[in-house]
Write a protein that binds this ligand. Structure first.
Ligand code: THU
Length: 163
């Protein structure tokens, strides 16, 4: 038997930050501030990420580029490994990402790369809850996803390593 199956992705679109709950507004503001710590002399593309932790703490990250380009670390992974390194790998509940370029202004949401989606999947599984993901550009809408599955369907994860 052969079946054709369609997947749908649910997400919310907000036209302004004020429409979001307070904690999510703060998370986006923190991600924006984190852009100041980015090291992006090669791409001129600056990204900030902020993680909302179970107890309300915020852990930030930014993209850290390298003269050996492939050694660059994205903002999302910087924040996630920072939280893990602080011993809080199970406490991550929300992620906000914002990015812009020194050469032009972003007006569409900056969306996590494939490698970051895979790493997000790992930490989401550790938290045991769908991760709230907020992405935005310097201007333009905010997209809000609940669960990495929306951005990475059919993900390989920790469960796949066990029978
Ligand atoms: N980058 C991120 O940090 N996060 C994203 O979601 C997209 C891309 C960084 C990697 C690199 O330093 C620069 O943006 C251009 O790809």
């Amino acid at each position: 038997m052969h079946e054709s199956i369609q997947l749908t992705i649910d997400f919310e679109k907000f036209d302004s930050i004020e429409e979001l709950p307070q904690d999510e507004q703060l998370l986006i503001t923190s991600a924006r501030e984190a852009m100041n710590n980015a090291h992006s002399p090669y791409s001129h593309f600056t990204v900030g990420a902020a993680l909302g932790m179970k107890n309300g703490d915020i852990v930030i990250g930014s993209n850290q580029e390298n003269a050996a380009y492939g050694s660059t670390i994205c903002a999302e992974r910087s924040a996630l490994v920072a939280a893990g390194s602080l011993g809080r790998k199970e406490d991550i509940r929300k992620l906000a990402v914002i990015g812009t370029s020194k050469d032009f202004q972003t007006s569409a949401p900056v969306t996590p790369c494939g490698a970051c989606r895979q790493v997000i999947k790992e930490y989401e599984d550790l938290s045991g809850e769908p991760l709230v993901i907020l992405i935005t550009g310097e201007t333009g809408p905010i997209h809000r996803f609940v669960g990495i599955e929306s951005l990475l369907p059919f993900a390989f994860g920790p469960k796949d390593l066990n029978k």
